[in-house]
Design a protein around this ligand. Structure first.
Ligand SMILES: Nc1ncnc2c1ncn2[C@@H]1O[C@H](COP(=O)(O)OP(=O)(O)O)[C@@H](O)[C@H]1O
Ligand SMILES: [Mg+2]
Length: 434
């Protein structure tokens, strides 16, 4: 058995972010509010919109769909023209700012060139005169070498930087791109190329990370004709916002929470609809089982989809036909999964570690100075307990700036909910045995 045998084009529970396309938009559930805010931020300010939310909750997807909407809503020559840069920028504490800038200028140039037929027209231009400008831009030898690369790769995805080995070439390239941007976007209301700086939590909180980010801040957020959307998890965006480090650069963070529970079924239905090739298509996982996963993971979409896919693939290995799948298959699979993941860990947790974790789950936020509330005798003891769960990916250290406090702050990771479900099932099994 396979998804294709069952009447689907592919695995409907694939966990790639939704694309900035009509098909991405068709799969999106909820998020009207967040998308509206993101769009308002772009249309009505010149700051960088920001999003904060747990890993797997749906930030990248909603950014993609919002940007797709923005780029398709444009009416010729009225209102700002936003051109999407499909490249997803990331930054680590080791990122060299010049490398980042090389990526940025190259990818912005590629976005401008590769969307020449379809890009929205900035105010004050018609398709004809913007084409002339673009031809002019493309005919520059530095840009030409990029265009050749794009053509060879069939559009987009260019990995080789233009030959920037010499500083003057690099500077020449950058000022060429900046000059063209200034020409087509005459002022900040005319629009911009929109770039996404995603997964900012990778940056971490080291001094080095702060330095990298501050240098980047000064060199990327003020370029006329380029707008940034920034997104991160683990409190990193909230931290930057509160620390004042991004004053005058960032919009107030859009907090991305779970999809509403009553809309979970749309996640399933929309994917089934989008990927089935005939009306007889059926899946090993039922809607209500999918909803159970959604509940276990408290609405984390990536974790829900991942496990839906894992369960289906498990069925493909175990059974030859969909009608051979017994009713209790899902429960058995889930039990085995949890046992494989946590069966070895759980018995070796001490009583106080278990108590600590249960409390952590209730509170969702663990501040090391509040060790007494956790029944522990010192801050150090709490940090040791917490670090153990960090190593198991069940907690993570919150990267939010702590201000003057020296406490560590931990948060629950989405996997912790699965662990909790396991603990609960151990308890109820224990009760049954009594
Ligand atoms: N609103 C949504 N509607 C449907 N699917 C979603 C939605 N948000 C996220 N997903 C799916 O959940 C998974 C995780 O989303 P993603 O955007 O990558 O999360 P994040 O960027 O916050 O880590 C992806 O497979 C994506 O397709
Ligand atoms: Mg993401």
């Amino acid at each position: 058995m396979s998804f294709r045998d069952l009447g689907f084009r592919r695995d409907p529970f694939d966990t790639m972010p939704l694309e900035a396309s009509a098909s991405g938009k068709a799969l999106l559930v909820d998020r009207e509010r967040e998308i509206k805010r993101l769009k308002n931020n772009l249309y009505e300010t010149s700051l960088a919109p920001t999003l904060e939310g747990a890993n797997g909750i749906g930030k990248t997807s909603l950014i993609n769909v919002a940007l797709y909407e923005i780029s398709t809503e444009h009416k010729e020559a009225s209102g700002p023209a936003f051109i999407l840069c499909p490249f997803r920028f990331q930054v680590t504490p080791e990122t060299k700012v010049d490398d980042f800038l090389d990526d940025m200028y190259r990818e912005v140039a590629i976005a401008l060139i590769s969307q020449k037929q379809s890009a929205p027209i900035p105010p004050g231009y018609t398709r004809e005169n913007i084409s002339d400008l673009l031809e002019d831009f493309i005919s520059n030898p530095m840009i030409k070498s990029l265009s050749v690369g794009i053509a060879q790769l069939g559009g987009g995805g260019l990995t080789n930087a233009p030959n920037t080995s010499q500083a003057f070439e690099r500077n020449g390239f950058r000022s060429l791109v900046r000059g063209y941007l200034r020409k087509i976007f005459r002022d900040s209301e005319a629009g911009a190329v929109i770039c996404v700086l995603d997964n900012l939590e990778i940056l971490g909180t080291s001094e080095n990370a702060k330095r990298v980010f501050e240098t980047l801040r000064d060199s990327i957020f003020n370029i006329p004709g380029i707008r940034w959307v920034c997104s991160g998890a683990q409190g990193v965006i909230r931290g930057l916002w509160r620390s004042g480090r991004m004053n005058g650069y960032f919009c107030k963070p859009i907090l991305v929470g779970e999809i509403q529970q009553e809309n979970a079924h749309f996640l399933y239905e929309k994917r089934v609809d989008a990927y089935k090739v005939n009306d007889n298509a059926s899946l090993p996982i039922t809607m209500s089982q999918f909803q159970s996963l959604f509940d276990i993971f408290r609405g984390n979409t990536r974790f829900t989809l991942t496990d839906a896919s894992v369960f289906c693939n498990w069925c493909f290995e175990q059974y030859d036909a969909i009608d051979e799948i017994p009713d209790d298959a899902f429960d058995r699979w889930l039990g085995d999964e949890l046992n494989n993941m946590y069966g070895d860990v759980y018995p070796y947790l001490s009583k106080s570690e278990k108590a600590f974790f249960e409390k952590a789950l209730q509170w969702e936020l663990i501040v090391s100075s509040e060790f007494l509330d956790f029944g522990l005798s010192s801050e150090r003891e709490l940090i040791e307990a917490a670090e153990k769960f960090v190593r198991l990916d069940l907690l993570y250290l919150n990267k939010e700036d702590k201000g003057t406090s020296s406490s560590e702050v931990y948060e629950i990771s989405p996997a912790a909910y699965k662990f909790q479900y396991f603990i609960d099932s151990q308890h109820s099994e224990g009760e049954e045995a009594l």
